[in-house]
Design a protein around this ligand. Structure first.
Ligand code: DNO
Length: 396
């Protein structure tokens, strides 16, 4: 596998000069300063590419080229936005960048309720707590109809929590769920925005009447429209699974499990319509077995995120060590190296440790924590390569 690293541009405190000695081969990034929906020009792409090259790396994967909400809910401006998207893809192809990660999650990208969940060894991890999430939905957002998404027992726990939550803790929860995890990935809500909860409610309103089937149709429309450009320039689109892979806030989520992924790949059955295999997102789905998913979809996977989670009874989960949990990363490396060798892979998220927490890194994107995970994965890669050299193959 090609060991890539997600780097957030020149504002990222993890600078490119740090990445050679820790084993990074190439870079994953985006044009973070270009507003969503605008065309990525050849000039801007080349500028970023030469900066990365000046440190001896290639820009291997785009993560992400965001899909605007109007494309997802099918607003009147969607055709114009899809035209812009096609121009950006063509320009990327002209510059030789041919792997593009995106997602089709309405309104909100990845969701956690605690960004610094303490572990016994002094490091911290990312956590999704179902009750704290329900608290946000029921008590802060006060979304109409939200009650029916939670059991009576869950609602009772929310009431107990409500008696303890301070205003400061409420603000922290808002910041975690809809600001800190979102601003750097989709730009819907950014740090410093006044009244993020109100903004979030307006965004949810855009999806009134958009059910699962409608969202699927809008995805099919988007993918069918862009495929000719992908074919012409050899660009592979890789959809990122929904994180977590279940319905939230009454919004449909359509990239959650085997059935969903198969639907997407068949709905637009073109080799350029592919998958980002995010082991962390998929492993948080109770019914998902990452190994059988990898085996089934390896051929249409063009980018891999290695990360793992541990399910906690009651619908919560924690991001675990890259060597543990339901991600089964050791087996995933075996499967991908056998079925689709050489894919770009990045360490997705890391624990926060050894002073990472004092830095202003984007949530989940620590330096030391990710470096440790990369070292663990390098060990796995070497072991698997050694097994293959010796003719040891596993039958999954
Ligand atoms: C979170 C990321 C996601 C991912 C996008 C891709 O850490 O894995 O935000 O980048 O969903 O479009």
């Amino acid at each position: 596998m090609e060991k890539t690293w997600r780097w957030f541009g020149q504002k990222d405190q993890v600078t490119l000069n740090l990445l050679h000695p820790i084993g990074v081969d190439s870079i994953v990034t985006s044009l973070h300063d270009v507003p969503n929906g605008n065309v990525w020009t050849v000039e801007d792409i080349r500028h970023m590419q030469s900066y990365i090259r000046s440190y001896g790396f290639d820009w291997s994967v785009v993560e992400s080229l965001p899909v605007c909400e109007a494309i997802k809910y099918g607003g009147p401006e969607r055709d114009k936005l899809i035209e812009n998207y096609k121009l950006s893809l063509a320009n990327l192809g002209r510059c030789g960048i041919r792997t593009v990660c995106y997602n089709f999650m309405p309104v909100i990208d990845w969701i956690r309720t605690d960004l610094n969940y303490p572990l016994p060894d002094g490091s911290t991890s990312l956590y999704f707590d179902r009750i704290r999430f329900a608290y946000f939905d029921l008590k802060i957002l006060q979304r109409s109809g939200a009650e029916k998404d939670y059991t009576l027992a869950e609602r009772e726990k929310v009431e107990i929590l409500d008696k303890k939550m301070t205003d400061e803790q409420k603000d922290e929860l808002i910041d975690t769920i809809i600001v800190k995890t979102q601003g750097f990935v989709n730009g819907n809500i950014r740090s410093g925005d006044k009244n993020p909860v109100l903004l979030f409610k307006h965004l949810l309103d855009l999806y009134k009447g958009i059910n699962r089937d409608k969202l699927r149709e809008n995805m099919r429309y988007f993918l069918s429209s862009i495929m000719p450009v992908c074919e012409k320039y050899g660009v592979n689109m890789c959809v990122h699974p929904d994180d977590p892979p279940f319905q939230v806030f009454g919004l449909p989520r359509i990239v959650t499990d085997e059935e969903d992924i198969a639907w997407i790949l068949n709905a637009v059955d073109n080799p350029h319509n592919g998958l980002t295999f995010c082991a962390g997102s998929l492993s948080a789905g109770e019914g998902n077995d990452t190994r059988s998913l990898a085996k089934k979809f390896a051929g249409r996977t063009y980018f891999v995120h290695l990360r793992s989670t541990e399910a906690i009874p009651g619908g919560s989960f924690i991001e675990s060590s890259h060597l543990a949990g339901r991600g089964h990363i050791i087996d995933l490396v075996r499967i991908f190296e056998q079925l689709h060798p050489g894919l770009p892979m990045r360490i997705d998220h890391g624990r926060s440790m050894l002073g990472d927490g004092d830095k202003d890194y984007n949530a989940g994107y620590s330096f030391y924590g990710r470096m440790l995970a990369l070292a663990q994965v390098e060990g796995i890669l070497s072991t698997v390569s050694d097994e293959m050299d010796k003719g040891v193959f596993f039958d999954f």
